[in-house]
Design a protein around this ligand. Structure first.
Ligand SMILES: [Zn+2]
Ligand SMILES: [Zn+2]
Length: 342
């Protein structure tokens, strides 16, 4: 079978590898659709640490199940989450599930950009393989994981009806957050990006105002339209240059949420005096857990969010390296998917 593996800094290759063999409690999924995530690109280019397993936004069908698996069967349409928590450690007991030591140790084998991939027993027993409703397409299914990450982050930030929110970075997650914020009752949503196509998509998906930071000062513009600043600013890009203007746009007592994964070692200059006197809280959120996935599916099942229109580009599995490069460099790409033959 084919799998896309990292074979050196900046290099990926689709190669022939053996189909994984199943142990007790595991399942083998035949990939249909996989989304390219910013973290995949960072893994390839080493910004996220050395090596890494590509592809975690996946949908497909069950190809086979190991001994002891009773609630999943061959041909079931599913999505799967690559990481699960122990639900027992000190982090988990405090609800910080995605910081659990087990979390990043659980993953697909050999990766999610493969014709078939093995899901470990730890994931299967915790319910990280979830049936995809018949009315939800595989493409939409592949975007449930990032949507669940957005939901977890917005919960953490505590969005209240009437809030004014700034979303900096209108990639797939920024565009999803805009829609979720609207459903959660946000009154004014302002989107920021330098790419005209993305600003246009944000307008179509319900943003109230857009700002292109290459032509207008973000915090000045936010001050004009909100008077005191936004209640919450979300940095939905890993580029740390987006943080200072987002922070400057937050009202006194408001919150800044870092959502996009910055490169390892990325730093910013921070006026901690101003941060303190303005009483701004800085929050971070990473990944999601099974309950977030179920909630994301619920939003989609009720057609409360539109994920399909975020998909702009599709590549065949054998062209996965091209898909990764396209997602990294294209000015028009929003969500790039890798599709495997059904
Ligand atoms: Zn991701
Ligand atoms: Zn734990």
């Amino acid at each position: 079978m084919l799998a896309c593996l990292i074979n050196g800094p900046g290099h990926t290759e689709v190669t022939e590898v053996p189909i994984p063999r199943l142990q007790h409690g595991e399942v083998l999924i035949k990939l249909v659709a996989a989304g390219i995530c910013g973290t995949d690109i960072e893994k390839v280019h080493g910004a996220y640490g050395p090596g890494g397993i590509l592809g975690h936004e996946v949908s497909g069908t069950i190809a086979s199940v190991g001994d002891g698996v009773t609630d999943l069967k061959k041909s079931d349409r599913v999505i799967a989450h690559h990481h699960v928590s122990c639900y027992n450690c000190q982090y988990c007991q405090h609800g910080d599930y995605t910081t659990c030591d087990l979390f990043k140790k659980t993953n697909f084998d050999p990766c999610g950009l493969a014709e078939y991939f093995r899901v470990p027993e730890a994931n299967v027993t915790r319910g990280a393989v979830v049936h995809l409703p018949q009315e939800t397409s595989f493409e939409e299914g592949s975007m449930i994981e990032p949507t669940a990450c957005c939901l977890r982050a917005l919960d953490k930030a505590g969005v209240s009806p009437g809030d004014k929110v700034l979303v900096v970075g209108l990639g797939p997650t920024g565009l999803t957050q805009i829609q979720l914020l609207r459903k959660m009752g946000a009154r004014k949503i302002i989107g920021v990006d330098t790419i005209p196509h993305r600003l246009e998509m944000a307008q179509n998906l319900g943003v109230d105002e857009t700002i292109d930071p290459s032509s207008r000062d973000v915090s000045e513009q936010v001050a004009k339209s909100t008077r005191v600043g936004v209640d919450l600013a979300i940095v939905s890009t890993g580029n740390q240059k987006a943080i200072p203007p987002a922070l400057a746009s937050v009202r006194k007592g408001g919150k800044l949420l870092l959502f996009g994964a910055p490169a390892q070692g990325a730093t910013i200059d921070l006026d901690v005096g101003a941060l303190f006197s303005r009483q701004i809280s800085i929050l971070t959120s990473y990944s999601c857990i099974e309950s977030d996935i179920h909630r994301a599916l619920g939003f989609l099942a009720k057609r409360e969010i539109d994920l399909q229109s975020i998909v702009t580009d599709r590549f065949a599995l054998q062209d996965a390296p091209k898909a990764l490069e396209h997602a990294r460099t294209s000015r028009t790409a929003v969500k790039t998917l890798v599709l495997s033959k059904a």
